[in-house]
Design a binder for this molecule. Structure first.
Ligand code: NAP
Ligand code: ZN
Ligand code: ZN
Length: 374
């Protein structure tokens, strides 16, 4: 990637000047941040850079609440940098554009997902798989910010400045609040279902009905598969059938689990906490695939024989590349797919996180970011 004004690059003198320029022109921005793993989120002021020639500035209208926000801010994953401003399901209105921006105009609706940059030159980036960048993508929060030299801040804030190459176009006519969760929950389930070619005639399992799980049900139905939800929550049954499941199995019901053993082509596991992965491997038929997208903090033991007999695949998948994220947004617009959301004010975020931990959300919290301005 070409170094640009504002990047703190190589030669000391230049770097110093650039850092000073960045600081002088940084915009104070209202945000909600965690100052440690144990502190609640609270109002804070962060700085956003002045847009470079290829940047757009987005006034954030809505930001979805992903379980990853909570894992990261509470230090459940290693390496959290504080203050931590989470949020990577961002939809807003373009308020400024750099001189070389071609994809957006002021007033357009734009979206940002889990990444704001990558090396753009490695084999993964060249294939449009920026999420698997060999140099690690710059995540929207807790990433190494190439511009400030600090770390990146996410969408629980009033505005964000992003290179247009990592910004998405929101298709016309979409409900903006219900579109926000597509930027993570949507693409994280769409991408593996596309990669493993989920289609009509297949039996597909979805483990866990939360933000990711409810999108997996919707995509499974849209792709024509026979979809089964595995859940720990009997109360979610009717919602699951409405959202796209043909069948719901309580994972604690041993007899029901036994009846469907060895019958699934593809299972997507979206569970955020500790659970027995072997119970779902046993549901796969010969050559079936279980894809883990949930990211619990503790390792999940796998019994060897659950993979060996009959030959089964256990895989993982992370979000999706920028082009595929745009494809997914366009697919959702064409098929009338959006997230089922509960709109909250930013001041309700700590309570929302507690409810998320109890599985008490239908099925994604989205923050109305106007609430941060008043
Ligand atoms: P969520 O809304 O909290 O949903 C998680 C669901 O998992 C719960 O509703 C519950 O469903 C089930 N569950 C939770 N704890 C469980 C436990 N201990 N045992 C069994 N089931 C349990 O979370 P989310 O936002 O969808 O995120 C899910 C996971 O995916 C998180 O770990 C997140 O960090 C990860 N993630 C990964 C990627 C990626 O790129 N791979 C992207 C985004 C998120 P039931 O009540 O139906 O059992
Ligand atoms: Zn997420
Ligand atoms: Zn790369």
């Amino acid at each position: 990637m070409e170094p640009r004004q504002g990047d703190g690059v190589s030669c000391g003198a230049i770097a110093k000047t650039n850092i000073r320029r960045t600081r002088e022109s940084a915009m104070p921005t209202r945000a909600f941040a965690a100052s440690s793993a144990t502190s609640p989120l609270a109002a804070a002021t962060i700085e956003r850079r002045e847009p470079t020639p290829t940047d757009i500035e987005i006034e954030i209208l809505y930001c979805g609440v992903c379980h990853s926000d909570l894992h990261q801010a509470r230090g459940e994953w290693p390496g959290t940098l504080y203050p931590c401003v989470p949020g990577h399901e961002i939809v807003g209105r373009v308020s400024r554009v750099g001189a070389k921006v071609t994809k957006f105009r002021v007033g357009d609706h734009a979206a940002v997902g889990c990444m704001v940059d990558s090396c753009r030159g490695c084999p993964s980036c060249k294939r449009g798989l920026e999420q698997y960048c060999h140099q690690f993508p710059t995540f929207t929060y807790n990433g190494a910010d190439k511009h400030s030299g600090g770390h990146t801040f996410g969408g629980y804030s009033e505005r964000i400045v992003v290179d247009e190459a990592f910004s998405l176009k929101v298709p016309a006519g979409m409900n903006l609040a219900a579109a926000a969760p597509l930027l993570c929950a949507g693409i994280t389930t769409y991408s593996p279902m596309r990669h493993w070619e989920v289609a009509k005639g297949q039996r597909v399992g979805v483990v866990g009905l939360g933000g990711l799980g409810h999108m997996a049900l919707k995509f499974g139905r849209a792709f024509g598969a026979h979809v089964t939800l595995f859940t720990t929550s009997a109360r979610k049954r009717d919602d699951a059938l409405r959202l796209g499941a043909d069948e719901v199995i309580l994972s604690s019901d041993a007899a029901a689990m036994q009846r469907t053993a060895m019958s699934f082509d593809f299972i997507i596991d979206t569970v955020s906490g500790d659970h027995d992965i072997n119970a779902y491997l046993q549901q796969l038929r010969l050559d079936g695939t279980l894809v883990l997208v949930g990211a619990p903090s503790q390792p999940l033991p796998v019994g060897a024989f659950n993979l060996l007999l009959p030959r089964r695949n256990f895989a993982g998948s992370a979000i999706g590349g920028i082009a595929e994220t745009q494809e997914m947004l366009d697919f959702c617009a064409a098929h009338g797919i959006a997230s089922d959301i509960e709109l909250i004010r930013i001041q309700q975020i700590n309570e929302a996180w507690e409810r998320l931990l109890k599985g008490d959300v239908k099925y994604r919290f989205v923050i109305d970011m106007a609430s941060i301005r008043n």
